[in-house]
Design a protein around this ligand. Structure first.
Ligand SMILES: [Zn+2]
Length: 330
C-alpha cells in the first residue's frame, strides 16, 4: 500500500472527544462487579511467527502470476488445513495498473465455524512487483521481498492458527489472506487492494457477517509504532480504542502508541465500506508526518527488518483480543 490521506485536526479532535466519552462508559460497565469466567490467554510465540514470515520470504517475492506466489498459496492452504481449518480459495482475475494481469486468489480459512460469535482477521500475502522508493535507480524495477509488507501479517496469522489448534476457543474465526493488495499506483486509489475489494463485494452479496475484524499490515519491523489510523477510527472507533487500551494494559503502549494519524488506503477500507464489517488496521506508521517506515517499498523490506519481539507483542495483543472476546471479557 498505499496512499496516505491527511485529515484536519478539527475532525480529529471531535472524534477524540467521542471516543473519550465512550471509553468512560465502557469502564463504568466493566467495574459493575460482573462475575468473570476463568480462562487462559495462550502465549504467542514470536520465534514461531518469525519462522512463518521467513518461510514466505524464502519462496521469493510473492508477485501475482509468479511461481513463488503459487508456492506460497499452496503452502498457506496446506498449513491452515493441518491446523484444522476449513479452507476456501476464492479466485479472481486481477488487472494491475502496473501493466500486468494475473489469476489471483484470496485464501479463506475458517476455524470453529457456526459459533454464535465470529471475528475476522486478515492480512495481504502478495508482495510488490517494484521498489519505487528504493534509493538505487537500478533496483527500482525489481520486486521486493515484502518481509514486513505482506509476510509479517500472514506470519502472525499462522501463529494464531497454531495457537487455536492447541487452545480450543468458543469463537468462530475467519482468517482471510488477501491477494493483489500491493500492486497499485498513485493514479488510482482503487488500483490497490484488489483482493479485498473482490472479497468485500462478495461478502456483501452473500450476506456474510462477522462481529468485527482486524487487519494486520506491516506488523513485524524493528522499531515499529502502530499509531491510530483514521479510516479505522471513522468506521470502528470503539474497537480501535479497545485494542489500544488492551495493548497499553499489557505494557505495550510504546508499540500501540496513543497517537492519531491520517488514513491509509488499505484492505480494511473495503471491508468496512463495502462489506459493512467494522475493521481496524494495525499498521506501522512511525513517521511523525504520517508516513510508513523508510524501508517501505524498498529492498530494505527484507527479513533483516523483522523483529521477533514486534511480532510477539503484536500477536500477543491479538491473542488477548480473541480469548477475551470469546470469554465476554473485553
Ligand atoms: Zn505495500
Amino acid at each position: 500500500m498505499k496512499r496516505i490521506f491527511f485529515i484536519s485536526t478539527f475532525i480529529l479532535s471531535i472524534v477524540m472527544i467521542v471516543v473519550a466519552c465512550k471509553k468512560d462508559k465502557k469502564e463504568d460497565q466493566s467495574s459493575s462487579g460482573q462475575q468473570k469466567k476463568q480462562y487462559n490467554i495462550p502465549a504467542f510465540n514470536g520465534d514461531s511467527a518469525f519462522v512463518f514470515v521467513k518461510k514466505q520470504v524464502d519462496f521469493g517475492p510473492r508477485v501475482p502470476g509468479t511461481e513463488a506466489h503459487k508456492k506460497a498459496q499452496q503452502w498457506f492452504v496446506e498449513k491452515f488445513r493441518s491446523y484444522g481449518a476449513e479452507v476456501e480459495v476464492q479466485k479472481f482475475d486481477a488487472n494491475f495498473v502496473l501493466g500486468f494481469s494475473a489469476k489471483s486468489s484470496n485464501i479463506i480459512a475458517k476455524f470453529n465455524p457456526g459459533k454464535s460469535k465470529k471475528i475476522l482477521i486478515a492480512a495481504h500475502y502478495d508482495s510488490r512487483k517494484i521498489a519505487e522508493k528504493d534509493p538505487d535507480p537500478n533496483k527500482k524495477n525489481l520486486p521486493i521481498d515484502g518481509a514486513d509488507d505482506g509476510a509479517s501479517g500472514v506470519g502472525v496469522i499462522f501463529e494464531l492458527a497454531r495457537i487455536l489448534k492447541n487452545n480450543p476457543l468458543d469463537l468462530s474465526i475467519d482468517f482471510v489472506l488477501f491477494d493483489a493488495e500491493d500492486n497499485g499506483n498513485e493514479t488510482n486509489d482503487e488500483s490497490w487492494c484488489l483482493g479485498s475489494q473482490y472479497w468485500s463485494k462478495n461478502a456483501k452479496s452473500d450476506g456474510y457477517k462477522a462481529d468485527f475484524g482486524v487487519l494486520l499490515d506491516l506488523v513485524g519491523a524493528k522499531g515499529a509504532v502502530f499509531t491510530k489510523e483514521y479510516v479505522s477510527k471513522m468506521y470502528a472507533a470503539d474497537l480501535q480504542a479497545t485494542i489500544w487500551n488492551l495493548a497499553a494494559n499489557m505494557g505495550y503502549g510504546d508499540l500501540f502508541a496513543d497517537i492519531e494519524r491520517g488514513s491509509v488506503n488499505d484492505d480494511h477500507l473495503y471491508v468496512n465500506r463495502d462489506a459493512g464489517i467494522p475493521m481496524v488496521n494495525i499498521i506501522n506508521m512511525p513517521d511523525p508526518s504520517g508516513g510508513f517506515g523508510p524501508y517501505h517499498h524498498t529492498h530494505d523490506d527484507n527479513i533483516n527488518i523483522i523483529d521477533v519481539n514486534t511480532l510477539r507483542r503484536t500477536g500477543q495483543v491479538v491473542t488477548a483480543l480473541m480469548y477475551k472476546y470469546a470469554n465476554d471479557d473485553l
